[in-house]
Design a binder for this molecule. Structure first.
Ligand code: ADP
Length: 156
């Protein structure tokens, strides 16, 4: 193997930011916090095919939690349980990163094992209000690994 290629791939990894590879917030399948788990919503969740679903309150850029679809496996659609009950019970950590954080740092954070999905935030400072955060996308371990493999293939 050519060590130079591996090194240049690793260097590139330090330069690519999470925002470059994220799934944009408008493309993210998410659900409102006040969802009732019934036949329709459970079918919708299953049909989405995703294993993790961000949960928002009010606005789609106000993400308050993360649902793991496997947490729903024993839920009876006839009980009309509130999603927030499941969410509060498991309360999975929600990893937050800044849009310009780089992939090497992101991979290290995923390696801590807290979560394999991170919410990407941008600081909005328009001088009118106090600066605040807006969620602009998500990134998962799979996105990072894919980029890593791609970098190696391109450098071949
Ligand atoms: P899954 O296990 O749900 O298939 P992965 O972590 O393997 O999710 O990610 C596969 C791709 O789907 C990635 O590009 C990721 O950004 C995207 N993704 C993951 N969850 C969601 C979601 N809830 N809505 C939209 N895209 C998602």
């Amino acid at each position: 193997v050519d060590e130079m290629n591996i090194i240049s791939g690793a260097l590139k990894f330090k330069k690519i930011s999470v925002a470059d590879i994220m799934t944009t917030i408008s493309d993210v399948f998410m659900l409102p916090y006040d969802t009732i788990l019934n036949f329709d919503t459970l079918t919708l969740i299953n049909n989405s095919g995703y294993s993790r679903i961000p949960i928002y309150e009010g606005n789609r850029d106000n993400i308050v939690g993360l649902l793991h679809v496997k947490d729903l496996s024993l839920i009876d659609p006839d009980h009309n349980l509130q999603l927030k009950v499941v969410l509060d019970f498991y309360s999975h950590p929600l990893l937050k990163v800044f849009e310009d954080d780089k992939l090497d740092k992101m991979l290290n954070e995923f390696k801590q094992g807290q979560s394999h999905m991170a919410l990407i935030q941008r600081v909005i400072d328009n001088g009118v209000k106090d600066p605040y955060y807006e969620s602009i996308g998500i990134v998962t371990l799979e996105d990072v690994i894919e980029e890593l493999i791609q970098a190696e293939i391109n450098d071949e």
